[in-house]
Design a protein around this ligand. Structure first.
Ligand SMILES: [Ca+2]
Length: 348
């Protein structure tokens, strides 16, 4: 079949002259349309790339103009450059050096983001879990696989953990030196744990230097209106599931902390009707009737202790209720965290 006949069949209403004009013009239009599509695609890819780089903070900062006066919270050193060089090749805007973590500008919602971005050493850094929130200082444990935001730490018993509701809500302790003791504060802990799946690791050390640990998936607390009720998922680890109260049903009835509200010496939200677990155990904690784990308990300078109440720094499934631990750490990071080094027996 001749081409003109085919075209006449396809375009029955168009004359052959119109068709030839459309043909030459049409190919130009098609070319232009193709170019536009190409440019649009390029633009889309670049936009996506920019957003991706901004999200993951892969912009390469300028080297410091002056010799680096290094402080504990200085984040301009040890910058994790994007080794692929994407930022340079794609002509991305080069940004100014990132300010030290102690400044008002805060980039990271937790220590895992800071770890991904800069690989800094362990230390105190400012984070902001939620955009509308004021940034606050936390200890970032960048060992043990890195990226851990620490929310509780006992070391030498200098800080008194027998405190009122307001102190536990807002946080207390020292936030300066690597071995300082503190409670980050229930409000901060609430905002830190409220998004995404997480993994809490509890590091424990006995007085002879022996260490152990416990993991809990999806550790959560509710807000103050619900008295910071505790919820957590699966346990794993070496120290035993003391938060759930250990083995038996009887123990769990009195000592399982899952679903318990937070209590302090001035706010009794426990299930012990005859008294206040927080007052007896000298701690703010998620008491039931009362506990098999109380990491905020009274600091004894020996392991074994005696008394009317089992009120030491206790992890019952590891050392029993009458052994007070020397070091404890409670820390969190996202459950799906790229942990190149593996998370082993714990850092203390
Ligand atoms: Ca009570």
């Amino acid at each position: 079949m001749p081409v003109w006949l085919l075209l006449a069949l396809v375009y029955p209403m168009a004359s052959l002259t119109e068709l030839s004009a459309m043909d030459s013009c049409g190919s130009e239009v098609a070319d232009i349309k193709r170019s536009i599509r190409k440019l649009q695609n390029k633009l889309l890819i670049r936009t996506w790339l920019t957003e991706h780089l901004q999200t993951h903070k892969y912009f390469r900062p300028f080297p410091p103009a002056v010799p680096n006066t290094k402080t504990e919270t200085d984040t301009t050193s040890g910058v994790n450059h994007n080794s692929s060089g994407t930022s340079d090749k794609s002509g991305m805007t080069v940004m100014k050096p990132l300010p030290p973590a102690g400044s008002l500008i805060v980039h990271d919602k937790d220590c895992s983001e800071l770890f991904d971005r800069l690989r800094p050493p362990s230390g105190f850094y400012r984070i902001r879990p939620k955009l509308h929130q004021e940034p606050f200082l936390v200890y970032c444990d960048m060992e043990d696989g890195g990226g851990w935001t620490v929310f509780q730490r006992r070391r030498y018993g200098r800080v008194d953990f027998n405190r009122d509701w307001v102190d536990y809500r807002d946080g207390f302790g020292d936030f300066k030196l690597w071995n300082d003791e503190f409670w980050l504060g229930n409000e901060h802990i609430y905002s830190l744990l409220s998004e995404g799946k997480n993994l809490v690791k509890i590091d424990l050390m006995a007085w002879d230097g022996q260490r152990s640990h416990a993991f809990y998936e999806n550790f959560r607390i509710t807000d103050e209106a619900d008295n910071y009720r505790l919820q957590y998922g699966m346990y794993s680890g070496k120290a035993g599931d003391a938060l759930t109260g250990g083995g038996g049903v009887v123990e769990q009835w009195s000592a399982c902390l899952s679903g318990m509200q937070f209590s302090t010496r001035d706010q009794d939200n426990d299930r012990y009707r005859q008294g206040s677990c927080a007052q007896e155990n000298k701690a703010g904690w998620w008491f039931n009737r009362c506990h098999a784990a109380n990491l905020n308990g009274k600091f004894y300078r020996t392991g074994m202790y005696k008394g009317q109440y089992d009120n030491g720094v206790v992890w019952g499934t590891w050392k029993g209720l009458w052994y007070s631990l020397r070091h404890t750490t409670m820390k969190v990071r996202p459950l799906l965290f790229l942990d190149a080094m593996g998370s082993g027996a714990g850092e203390i």
